[in-house]
Ligand binder design. Sequence first.
Ligand SMILES: [Zn+2]
Length: 135
Amino acid sequence: MTKVHLPIFDHDDAFFWQGTAEGKLLIQRCTNCCALRHPPAPMCARCSSFDWDTIESSGRGVIRSWIVSQHPTEPSTEPRIVILVELDEGTRLVSNLHGSPADNVANGLRVEAVFVDFGDIVLPQFRLATDGVER
Ligand SMILES: [Zn+2]
């Protein structure tokens, strides 16, 4: 299995990792202006409020950009497809695409989250969705 470099959990993102451990993709939301933000941060960039809660994302979205990583973390691992996903809720996150060769990847394809257990951590990853192409 691929070795994962663990993130450092802190007050601002502990909810995110707890959510992934439970198979949920949680997104931080400002309770003052309702702006969504990812990665988690202590203050809203729109209204400067420190008050926030979370929403559970559907885990569905669209590929807005992607690359094939030619320098994998470990030499024995396969190159990874790194994607920028715009979730249906409107915020974006960087992740990996599984189960599809790079020849099948394009901006605008719909994806859905899957939760991959690496032992020490569960990471949200994505696969191509079965409900078609948005573009
Ligand atoms: Zn705000």
